[in-house]
Design a protein around this ligand. Structure first.
Ligand SMILES: *Cc1c(COP(=O)(O)O)cnc(C)c1O
Length: 467
């Protein structure tokens, strides 16, 4: 493809994307294809001769689009949002256009320094402690996901606990990891991958009303483990749980970590970005005592997947855990010690220039624009929760300080399961579910940049009328 052809097809692709947003509301939110339908809709063999780009776009429209669940649809209320925005899309395009691989500072200095700056900006916007800035003892790095951040935190914690014995995970049963029953499944995945093993993950009880980790139970578990000669290595505190946006008491957990020597990782994947709004800054209360912290601009901060902001208070421990320097990567900049090599802050060697999209978002919206985006959704969620609470057939199941509302029909589970199936089959809205204290519960998470008050009111009408 010549640069002239790229200009032509590129304009068509940009137009296609813009048109997609203009018409997205007309599609059923959830794809209705059956398993295998997309696969069967395309040729089973790769083309021997190159094909016109227009044919690719035609297949995109004909086969791919019906197989898309429209996460940017204003009626998408499932899971947590995966925000996209035009400035982020443009930033991603620029990243593709530059085509750099930023494993080392030396492989593209701007790739590293723009990421350092952008994460310092984000730390300032979120009011994170000074240690998490590059100007302090730690710093930020973009990981692909919050799941990777938990794993990286665990590897750093093992490194610290084992006194810097690199790669030492000890014998099974030597180390323990703790998180609440409401923590994300990424914690169990991390203990499996790191070789600590699921058997060494302790699930801490939660308060039945707030769903937050009970520090008294955490303290008892740690004490019993220490008495048995087992070493607490990591505690994951959740700030805004996936199920209900529960907030673990980070400061109290931090006390227990300090006393036991365990690393404290704060998983604020969804909720952390809310701290851009001063009135929501409480979400990050207590993180000054954390060893690491992660939040996902790719959920609710208008930045296309993937973009997880991971911060550590002590970068030396992280780099000590992950740095392996083979001859073919040696260079004078690294040897000088004056630069960051982000390959030492993550699991893979190679890395995309993801800072560009976050930088584009922060510059386009500014702090004010980001606050307006978040506040709009919080207000809509409060309005929705009030509508649910005013209908005596329903009950609200958990506190809802942000933009997720958990609710159900009073009584047994089955009518709730049937209600969710009916709503999602209708194609106008899409919700997912969880269990709260064992009860089947519907989740309505507001987060699409296109969602307006009319969409939320319409969603409530559909729910009320389908119940
Ligand atoms: C969504 C979520 C995750 C997982 O996020 P990924 O970035 O997809 O790995 C982890 N923790 C919490 C609390 C979440 O809500």
């Amino acid at each position: 493809m010549t640069s002239e052809e790229f200009r032509r097809h590129g304009r068509r692709v940009v137009d296609w994307i813009a048109d997609y947003y203009d018409r997205v509301e007309g599609f059923p939110v959830q794809s209705t294809v059956t398993p295998g339908e997309v696969y069967a809709g395309l040729p089973p063999h790769p083309p021997e001769q190159g094909e016109p780009f227009a044919d690719v776009l035609a297949d995109l429209e004909r086969v791919v689009l019906p197989g898309i669940t429209h996460w940017q649809h204003p009626g998408f209320f499932g899971y947590f949002p995966a925000n996209a925005s035009f400035p982020a899309i443009l930033g991603d395009l620029l990243s593709s256009g530059l085509g750099v691989q930023g494993m080392l500072w030396a492989t593209s200095p701007a790739g590293t320094e723009l990421e350092t700056l952008t994460l310092d900006w984000l730390a300032e916007l979120l009011g994170l402690p000074p240690a998490f800035r590059s100007t302090g003892t730690g710093g930020g790095v973009i990981q692909d996901t919050a799941s990777s951040s938990v794993l990286v935190a665990l590897v750093a914690a093992l490194h610290r606990t084992s006194g810097g014995a690199s790669g030492h995970v000890g014998v099974t049963g030597q180390y323990r990891v703790y998180c609440s029953q409401a923590a994300h499944s990424a914690v169990e995945k991390a203990v499996r991958i790191a070789g600590v093993g699921s058997d060494n993950l302790r699930l801490v009880d939660v308060d039945p009303v707030t769903q937050a980790l009970r520090p008294d139970h955490l303290g008892a578990l740690i004490e019993a483990d220490q008495a048995a000669g087992v070493v607490p290595v990591l505690v994951v505190a959740t700030v805004g749980s996936t199920s209900t946006t529960a907030f673990d008491p980070v400061a109290a957990i931090g006390e227990l970590c300090r006393a036991s020597g365990a690393w404290l990782h704060v998983d604020a994947a969804y909720a952390g970005v809310a701290a851009v709004c001063p009135e929501l800054r409480w979400v990050n209360d207590g993180v000054a005592c954390a060893d690491s912290y992660a939040t996902n601009p790719h959920k609710w901060l208008l930045t296309n997947f993937d973009c997880d902001a991971f911060y550590v208070a002590d970068r030396a421990t992280l780099v000590g855990a992950l740095s392996v320097l083979p001859e073919y990567l040696r260079n004078t900049a690294t040897a000088s010690g004056a630069v960051i090599d982000y390959r030492d802050w993550q699991i893979p060697l190679g890395r995309r220039f993801r800072a560009l999209k976050l930088w584009c978002v922060l510059r386009w919206y500014g702090a004010e624009g980001l606050r307006a985006h978040l506040r709009g959704h919080v207000a809509l969620a409060q309005e929705f929760a009030a509508l649910v609470a005013a209908d005596e057939r329903f009950e609200v199941m958990a506190p809802h300080p942000l933009a997720l509302v958990c609710f159900r029909l009073r009584g047994v589970d089955q009518p709730n399961e049937a209600l969710l199936a009916r709503l999602n089959a209708g194609g106008r809205i899409f919700l997912t579910h969880t269990r709260v204290n064992g009860a089947y519960t519907l989740r309505l998470a507001i987060g699409s940049p296109l969602t307006q008050e009319t969409h939320v009111r319409h969603a409530w009408q559909l729910i009320r009328d389908s119940a």
